[in-house]
Design a protein around this ligand. Structure first.
Ligand code: ATP
Ligand SMILES: Nc1nc2c(ncn2[C@@H]2O[C@H](COP(=O)(O)O)[C@@H](O)[C@H]2O)c(=O)[nH]1
Length: 207
């Protein structure tokens, strides 16, 4: 087992910049896996099925819930999102690093179930910046942007269980701070083989 495998669970209000920062990490750490979620949201332009998400219909998603396919799942901004359990389990068992991009409900479920990992919450510098970023990105309808902004304050107020808070103001400086967190986490022999063995032998994941 590679003791340097780390599990990074990253959450943020929509538009705060987590996908941007995760893309930068994946570029600099090609050995890190990215947990590709399932969602019932419609694909955005440039999103690739199987790379950004697995895009599925609601009935398929519900069937997967019934089969205990997900390590966690949640309804976020009116759509369903879920993390397939298999990649998380395999990464832990094999000591490989994995990045998860989940909302705060998902982060809480993963933390409760796995009791390991580094939980990072990314803040925008302000709600005005968040609005501008979402509008400038241009990937969501005005209604969807409003819904995401309305949810942002509540998400930020529930972020106290995260290990790290990162304000994504200047991108380069934020990325340097994120990398410092990653480097620190890599010094921790945090993968717990006993837990991996328990999960591998059939301990149930509650979603
Ligand atoms: N530090 C920054 N300064 C200015 N703009 C930024 C910064 N970080 C990201 N952005 C821009 O903000 C927009 C939203 O970023 P991104 O898509 O990474 O957010 P997100 O948190 O992943 O959102 P979602 O949860 O909706 O996927 C993008 O257009 C991105 O280029
Ligand atoms: N609980 C989960 N949340 C997830 C998962 N994958 C993504 N997300 C979160 O959903 C929102 C919206 O994402 P978007 O791509 O539609 O902008 C964002 O907070 C993501 O972190 C998941 O598997 N589980």
């Amino acid at each position: 087992m590679n003791p340097k495998g780390i599990l990074l669970v990253i959450s943020a209000p929509s538009g705060a910049g987590k996908s941007t920062l995760i893309r930068m990490l994946c570029r600099d750490y090609p050995g890190f896996g990215f947990s590709v979620s399932y969602t019932t949201r419609k694909p955005r332009e440039n999103e690739v099925h199987g790379k950004d998400y697995f895009f599925v219909q609601k009935d398929e998603f519900q069937g997967l819930i019934a089969k205990n396919f997900f390590a966690e799942w949640a309804e976020v901004h009116g759509n369903f999102y879920g993390t397939p359990a298999r990649q998380v389990l395999e990464s832990i068992q094999e000591g490989r690093s994995l990045i998860m991009d989940v909302d705060i409900q998902g982060a809480r479920q993963i933390k409760n179930n796995l009791q390991q990992g580094a939980y990072i919450f990314i803040f925008p510098p302000s709600l005005d910046d968040l609005r501008q970023r979402l509008m400038h990105r241009g990937s969501d309808t005005a209604g969807a942007v409003e819904k995401r902004l309305q949810n942002a304050a509540g998400e930020m107020l529930k972020s106290d269980f995260f290990d790290y808070w990162l304000v994504n103001d200047d991108l380069d400086s934020s990325y340097a701070r994120l990398k410092a967190i990653v480097l620190a986490e890599m010094q921790r022999p945090f993968i717990r083989p006993d837990l991996a063995r328990k999960i591998a032998s059939g301990v149930h994941y509650d979603s």
